[in-house]
Design a protein around this ligand. Structure first.
Ligand code: TYM
Length: 339
């Protein structure tokens, strides 16, 4: 395909973690900057996905701030970069309903994020269950092939592929299949996708909802806070630096953070540090890398005004509605909803 669409979105329920940044935002920015002469780059705010759960602060300021993040992370604006809000493109919900009639309960029951989010709760809203179908609509409306997301979202991309395949077979060949998770990982120059770990409990992914502040680095953290958190990260008692997610997840996480922060191949970072015995030296280096990245990011962020984003949304939403409505009409016609 000569002009694949690259697309991503980040929920805006609270400030983002370093996991969101290194797993999705920065890869998107780097890919957008390399491909925006050849590919459409769709960056949208999944605000309808945000309302499935509580929101820290107000939705509108969070929304504007989240789009500023892309610019602060170095995104170059070109006519092929499109910003839009999911809720301002009604085709997302309309296609979601059509895809609900293609998806099976079994498809959705298998989603591990649903299991995690509903675990132990006596009542769970339907939005949480149906969330991956709306995500499939977000992707399929634009024929998006590459979707820079963290590894935790790969199962949802697989579902989008499955729904597209089912629809194409049963009704009409209208949807482009997103790349497989393996192809997505390769496109993002990673082996199996990116999963940044909790600093205190590296068995788990770094998450906004972690109880301890020391588990996660937030994008608003200052250098001193970043240093404190990284210096107190859990490691192991093996005493030798090696990349081994199974036996040394804490050290491996730091190596991964160091590679992504400096845009270096993971293998290069592993070669530099393999066999070293002073965990403190690695922690110091990672703390310096992350602090420098965030300082630069925060300085740029402060210089971007709201109007820049509002202007981008205006043109982006005109574009998005045009593309999305065209695909939606094809899907409606395939179901007999339109002549
Ligand atoms: P969300 O808001 O849960 O997370 C936003 C992005 O951050 C990534 N991420 C991580 N990556 C690596 N390590 C971590 N510890 C980590 N934590 C979070 C997530 O994988 C994600 O890419 N469903 C999406 C939003 C969405 C979307 C879409 C994305 C809605 N529709 C269509 C792409 C295409 C979500 O809730 O991500």
């Amino acid at each position: 395909m000569t002009h694949p669409t690259i697309l991503t979105g980040l929920r805006i329920n609270s400030d983002f973690t370093l996991g969101n940044f290194l797993g999705a935002l920065l890869p998107m920015v780097r890919l957008a900057n390399s491909y925006s002469d050849r590919a459409e780059v769709n960056i949208f705010v999944p605000d309808l996905h945000s309302i499935i759960s509580e929101i820290d602060g107000e939705l509108q300021p969070n929304l504007i701030r989240s789009l500023k993040y892309y610019l602060a992370a170095g995104l170059n604006l070109t006519p092929k970069v499109h910003f839009y809000r999911q809720s301002r493109v009604p085709a997302h919900c309309e296609l979601c309903w059509i895809l609900n009639c293609v998806a099976s309960m079994g498809d959705l029951n298998r989603m591990t994020q649903f299991k995690d989010k509903s675990d132990g709760k006596s009542s769970v809203n339907v939005g949480i269950f149906d969330y991956p179908v709306l995500m499939a609509a977000d992707i399929l409306l634009y024929d998006a092939v590459y979707i820079p997301v963290g590894e935790d979202q790969f199962q949802h991309i697989e579902l989008a592929r499955r729904l597209a395949e089912k629809f194409n077979k049963q009704y009409s060949e209208i949807f482009t299949l997103p790349a497989t998770p393996q192809e997505q990982a390769k496109f993002m120059h990673t082996e199996n996708g990116i999963r940044i770990r909790d600093l205190q409990n590296p068995e788990k992914k770094m998450s906004k909802s972690a109880a301890s502040d020391h588990s996660k680095i937030m994008l608003s953290d200052d250098s001193q806070t970043v240093k404190k958190k990284i210096m107190s990260a859990t490691t192991d008692s093996i005493g030798k630096i090696q990349y081994d997610m199974f036996n040394q997840p804490g050290i491996s996480n730091l190596l991964q953070i160091e590679a992504l922060t400096n845009d270096l191949p993971l293998q290069d970072v592993i070669s530099t540090w393999s066999g070293e015995t002073h965990y403190g030296d690695l922690k110091q280096k990672v703390a310096t890398s992350v602090s420098a990245l965030l300082e630069d990011f925060q300085t740029r962020l402060a210089s971007i005004d709201d109007q820049t984003i509002l202007d981008l949304l205006e043109t982006g939403e005109t574009y998005a509605n045009q593309i999305a409505n065209h695909k939606l009409h094809q899907a409606q016609a395939a179901f007999g909803l339109r002549a």
